[in-house]
Design a protein around this ligand. Structure first.
Ligand SMILES: Cc1cc2nc3c(=O)[nH]c(=O)nc-3n(C[C@H](O)[C@H](O)[C@H](O)COP(=O)(O)OP(=O)(O)OC[C@H]3O[C@@H](n4cnc5c(N)ncnc54)[C@H](O)[C@@H]3O)c2cc1C
Length: 387
């Protein structure tokens, strides 16, 4: 059963389709970890913004579309269907922005939301530290009050997009007498502040994209705190909920990838192989289930209901499915999978990239082991894991 869209939603969908058909770049943009790639993605983001599509469900007073989640989902579905570029400012649009809308002051919303939408200001996420990944409450970066500022010392790691970011939203320890979830604060800092040093990290598949970020006596205005001082854990958990739970439209990308498996099997001459057929049919069934589940989530959000701990279910499901889809692609490629650009496969390198990215998706936004713990404890009522 498909979701019943209203007449006006279907008109809206047709408008979006037409716009994407006319505007999506015909060639893939250069990767967004070079200056050239970032500039090309910014231009694309500017086109989306000018057309009013940057963030449809954000409040209109800050430059958003003021639409409900169903329209946002319709847009995201069409966006993925059109194979449009990955959103460059996704950490702002998907994480920091919704958090500031929920917890920020009017002044903070006015200051930061418009620049996120237009992509004039790029954002990165400063949560993870060496020793504080899954156990995020072990954050040790210190922020000491000094006049109207906090002074930051410490280190973040695995900071995506940091080389080009204008702003970072970070979790820091403001009260060292408190441990774990208490005494943490959520703060926003300009990446060009004196005392910030970036050290790039190259990934397993050879691409750059991450940095370690070091803070030495970095002054950050206290007015950049989101929520209350010392209440950062609650704010950070909201961010993680947004990160895990509202990848609306992602299911279309996964369904597209399953369809590419069919094309790939035909090109490789193995479409009649029972093992490959079995695997492809299984991926199709799994992607269909996810699509229906995400439509249900969107209708819940549109009705004003939160996703809560179900965001862990969403994150676990899509990242595991993504991995299985890309593994199926490599199985279909057989021995050619070991070549960077296999024969009979126009997009051989693309499958490799997606395979490695899918492996990483089991880690980022909180590892899948952690999601299983959350599901066990909060959705199933199992006893807390031993600590
Ligand atoms: C592609 C990518 C992009 C990222 N981008 C960012 C970013 O922009 N900003 C940012 O702040 N971070 C980012 N991260 C970091 C990411 O959030 C962390 O890698 C993740 O939270 C895991 O932390 P860790 O690497 O310290 O692993 P650890 O926490 O050390 O975990 C190691 C292993 O132990 C398992 N484990 C740990 N604790 C438990 C437990 N209690 N029960 C069961 N198993 C457990 C984990 O599941 C994992 O398999 C990114 C990571 C990736 C891969």
């Amino acid at each position: 059963m498909e979701l019943a869209y209203s007449e006006s939603e279907l008109v809206f969908r047709d408008e979006v389709r037409d716009w994407l058909t006319a505007n999506v770049p015909t060639h893939p943009l250069p990767p967004p970890y070079t200056a050239e790639g970032v500039a090309a993605h910014r231009e694309w983001e500017k086109a989306l913004y000018t057309a009013g599509y940057s963030a449809l469900h954000w409040p209109q007073e800050y430059g958003g579309g003021g639409a409900d989640f169903m329209r946002q989902m319709l847009f995201d579905e069409e966006y993925h269907r059109a194979a449009a570029p990955q959103r460059l400012n996704r950490l702002a649009l998907g994480l920091a922005g919704p958090t500031i809308i929920e917890f920020g002051t009017t002044e903070q919303k006015r200051r930061w939301l418009p620049g996120m939408l237009s992509c004039d200001e790029l954002w990165c996420q400063g949560f993870s530290e060496p020793g504080a990944g899954s156990d995020l409450s072990a954050v040790r970066t210190r922020a000491v009050p000094d006049g109207d500022d906090f002074v930051l010392n410490g280190q973040k790691i695995w900071t995506s997009l940091s080389a080009f970011a204008d702003w970072m939203f970070a979790l820091v320890r403001t009260d060292p007498s408190q441990t774990r979830h208490r005494g943490l604060t959520y703060i926003v800092l300009p990446m060009d502040s004196a005392g910030i040093e970036l050290r790039p990290i190259r990934q397993l598949h050879g691409e750059p994209g991450f940095s370690e970020v070091f803070f030495t006596d970095v002054r950050v205005p206290a007015k950049n705190v989101i929520g209350e001082i010392g209440d950062g854990w609650r704010v950070a958990m909201a961010t993680l909920g947004y990160e895990r739970g509202t990848g609306l439209g992602n299911h279309v990308r996964l369904s597209n990838d399953v369809r590419q498996l069919v094309d790939l099997a035909k090109r490789m001459g193995v479409a009649d192989d029972p093992v490959h057929r079995n695997e492809i049919a299984s991926r199709f069934a799994e992607a269909e289930l996810f699509r229906r589940y995400m439509q249900h989530i969107a209708s819940q959000l549109a009705a004003g209901n939160g996703v809560g701990s179900r965001s862990s279910l969403v994150k676990l499901y899509w990242s595991e499915l993504d991995s299985r889809i890309q593994e199926t692609a490599l199985q279909i490629l057989g021995p050619f999978a070991e070549l960077a650009a296999p024969q009979n496969c126009a997009d051989g390198a693309g499958f490799h990239r997606r395979y490695w990215h899918a492996r990483a998706s089991r880690i980022f936004a909180g590892t899948n082991e952690i999601q299983r713990n959350i599901i066990g404890e909060r959705l199933l009522g199992l006893p807390r894991e031993p600590r």
